[in-house]
Design a protein around this ligand. Structure first.
Ligand SMILES: [Zn+2]
Length: 289
């Protein structure tokens, strides 16, 4: 077996684009620093709404295939070589928004047995032996069934992997501190007349917003090449994202800020920094592990 780098980071996401929006700076930084970065995406986002009119004909499996191409381009922008679909492309399909009949599709992620899906992720964990896992909070950040299910699968896989003798030292959830979101939206409201978006989203539309006291780590990208890589990765997801830096919109066309500092709440493992925030998700992890 080929030797893996000393530091290994695993991220678990629901759809292509979530990784770039939530963790683009973090992924670019650790890839550039020589860590092994593994992205596991659970679905190809076949039920996503397509923004560019010229691509509106793409639906279902054709959209999934197109989005895999977007994901590939985004990973090139972030310098990440190891990205996979949970169980292989098309194993689990997009569940659509909560409450739609799409949620009942037997092939969709929402209908997946969590233990069986987690077993597929355990295979990846046993192969790359990550010290750090990043995923969503129990609400999936904002309640999308695929995000909730990705959270459950990731957390269950961490448990199963530990039982199998392959523990993950630290687990983090994606977060945004409420005051940071509030300040960003206040700026956005001032900037809106000059933007290609008619309306602004609100703080409540940002996944994972919590009080500042919950934040245990922040990865700063402001003014670095990592912020540029994040923007390029977001732009690669053209069916899903319209970028007008430092803002973007999804298919609902509501403007929101691009966060070039990414925030995390550590929920498993020992905290390396007790007063204040870590600036490195690998803090406290020895080289030998
Ligand atoms: Zn998503």
């Amino acid at each position: 077996m080929t030797e893996l780098p000393a530091r290994r980071l695993l991220l678990v996401h629901a759809h292509p684009d979530d990784e770039s929006i939530n963790n683009g700076v973090t992924m670019a930084r650790y890839a550039a620093e020589g860590a092994h970065v593994t992205l596991v995406t659970c679905t190809l986002g076949e039920r996503g709404e397509v923004i560019p009119p010229g691509l509106a004909h793409l639906t279902g499996a054709a959209l999934g295939e197109h989005r895999l191409g977007e994901l590939t381009a985004a990973m090139r922008a972030l310098g990440v070589e190891d990205f996979r679909l949970l169980g292989g492309p098309g194993r689990f399909t997009d569940s659509g928004m909560m409450g739609l009949s799409d949620n009942d599709d037997p092939d969709c992620l929402w209908q997946a047995d969590v233990d069986r899906a987690a077993a597929l992720l355990v295979e990846v964990i046993r192969e790359v032996r990550p010290q750090v896992l990043v995923t969503y909070d129990p609400d999936g950040g904002y309640g999308h069934p695929d995000h909730i299910q990705a959270h459950r699968i990731a957390m269950r896989a961490a448990e199963l992997a530990a039982e199998a003798g392959c523990p993950i030292a630290k687990v983090y959830w994606n977060r945004v501190p409420r005051p940071v979101a509030e300040r960003a939206f206040a700026r956005l409201d001032d900037d809106l007349p000059g933007l290609p978006f008619a309306k602004a989203a609100g703080v409540e539309d940002v996944p994972g917003v919590v009080g500042e006291e919950r934040i245990t780590a922040e990865i700063r990208g402001d003014g670095t090449a990592y912020a540029g890589a994040k923007a390029a990765a977001m732009r690669a997801h053209a069916t899903q994202i319209t970028l007008a830096e430092p803002y973007f919109a999804l298919s609902n066309e509501l403007a929101q800020p691009v966060f070039t500092t990414e925030y995390y709440e550590q929920v498993r493992g020992e905290r390396a920094v007790v007063d204040g925030r870590e600036s490195d998700l690998f803090a406290g992890i020895g080289e030998a592990s």
